[in-house]
Design a protein around this ligand. Structure first.
Ligand code: ATP
Ligand code: MG
Length: 412
């Protein structure tokens, strides 16, 4: 086992003042959850403002790095060799061996960076730096010192219980640990935008639930599977997502029958938001999230967004509001949702779209036309809420918690 331990560097959590320990605890919990699939031989703990992962048995290095690079809150991961607190001569041997293994060839500039937490250690950090630097230069003439911009910052941490050696930092995803900021309901369609929007809000420490408005038989089983697949990719970062699959067919047909077609999308979006908010409230989400981006389509002009927003009482987060499509695509490629998002299966909005949707809807006109729905819409919304199918979607698939038409189990 080359690395027995990992130092977890975090950026923003460090500045959270009195709440810092809460953020650190949340980070430790998220790391523990992420490492579950890598085996049980890990100890995750925090000590004097730092988070460590110690491996207590053999593990798969790539798998562990993959798990850790998906934990929000981590700014960097330092794989470390670990040794007991031994005299300076032994540390010297270990540092020379470590560098030989990490950088077996090539010329490199380096700087020694000793930190001595254990003040009883016989040499102080300056003395350690001098002694260790000299030993490295002697062992590897291809190395040279650069104290200003070294390629390699060879760090030696002398702690009371162990000595740690590390020299490289693998970047983490940044952000804040999921769960420390509450929970929000993501309106997840099968497109490119909404998974990115969910990912961005989760990155700020928010746990995600999701809802998908499905319109069978106008949308296929594969369209639903695509949404489940997208949720499962986002779940690599967030942990399991409760996905609510809502049958929207009846409402959509009714709007299509009763309302002017140039207002269809806006009215439909208003009902989606109403239902999403009802589910959010009964499942303790404190906000809604959509993948809307200003000006992207007729229903996302400033006026349209205002009219859609009018039915919501919870805050609606639209993290992509100022993004161009190209920018959204670039994030979706980075997080791994793009290839799934561009699969062709129809989603419910595209089937009922008008040729010339309004771009500046009038709220009065929309409200007036929504009155055409008054006879049946309440019971339809109730039914949609009743038939909510709930799936727990994790990184490796989904399982149904409550099938459509099943009674809601107590406590859900
Ligand atoms: P995406 O925005 O995910 O790429 P899209 O562009 O096809 O999909 P829009 O028609 O732009 O979706 O809808 C705007 C937002 O409304 C989406 O980002 C998503 O948050 C929400 N939304 C749209 N359709 C659905 C749906 N069928 N189920 C859940 N949410 C939806
Ligand atoms: Mg969109």
């Amino acid at each position: 086992m080359k690395y027995q331990s990992f130092l977890i560097k975090y950026a923003e959590i460090g500045i959270k003042g009195n709440n810092r320990h809460l953020f650190e605890e949340a980070l430790v919990n998220q790391i523990k959850l992420a490492l579950k699939r890598c085996g049980s031989g890990f100890k995750v703990y925090r000590t004097s403002g730092r988070v460590f992962v110690d491996a207590t048995e053999e593990y798969d290095y790539e798998e562990v790095i993959d798990a850790l690079t998906h934990v929000f809150g981590i700014a960097g991961i330092c794989p470390m060799a670990q040794m007991p607190v031994l005299p300076p001569e032994k540390v010297k041997e270990a540092v020379v061996a470590f560098i030989g293994e990490e950088y077996p060839e090539g010329a490199h500039t380096f700087k020694m960076h000793a930190r001595r937490q254990d003040k009883n250690y016989p040499l102080d950090s300056l003395e350690l730096n001098a002694m260790l630097g000299e030993a490295v230069l002697e062992a590897y003439p291809r190395f040279s010192v650069d104290v200003h911009e070294p390629e390699i910052l060879m760090t030696v941490e002398i702690r009371e219980e162990n000595i740690y050696l590390y020299s490289h930092v693998i970047p983490g995803p940044g952000g804040l640990p999921v769960g420390c900021g509450g929970k929000a309901m993501l309106c997840l369609s099968g497109g490119i935008d909404s998974p990115v929007a969910g990912w961005m809000i989760a990155k700020r420490g928010i746990k995600l639930d999701a809802c998908y408005f499905n319109a069978p038989p106008y949308t296929s089983e594969r369209a639903l599977q695509k949404v489940v697949d997208l949720a499962s990719i986002v779940a690599r970062y967030t942990g399991p997502i409760y996905l609510h699959n809502i049958n929207f067919t009846e409402i959509q047909l009714y709007i299509y029958e009763k309302c002017p077609h140039d207002e269809l999308t806006i009215i439909m979006r208003r009902f989606m938001m109403r239902i999403a908010e009802a589910i959010a409230k009964r499942t303790d989400s404190q906000a809604l999230i959509t993948g809307e981006s200003l000006g992207q389509v007729a229903s996302q002009t400033m006026v349209s967004l205002g009219v859609t927003n009018e039915v919501c009482t919870l805050p609606v987060f639209r993290p992509l509001i100022g993004f161009d499509k190209e920018e959204i695509i670039s994030v979706s490629k980075k997080i791994g949702t793009y290839e799934t998002s561009i699969l062709p299966y129809e989603d419910c909005c595209t089937i009922f779209v008008a040729k010339h949707p309004v771009t500046k809807p009038s709220l009065n006109s929309i409200k007036l036309h929504e009155r055409n729905l008054s006879e049946k819409i309440d019971e339809m919304v109730e039914r949609a809420l009743m038939t909510d199918e709930i799936m727990i979607v994790d990184r490796d698939g989904s399982r149904v918690l409550k099938a459509a038409d099943e009674e809601l189990k107590p406590g859900m």
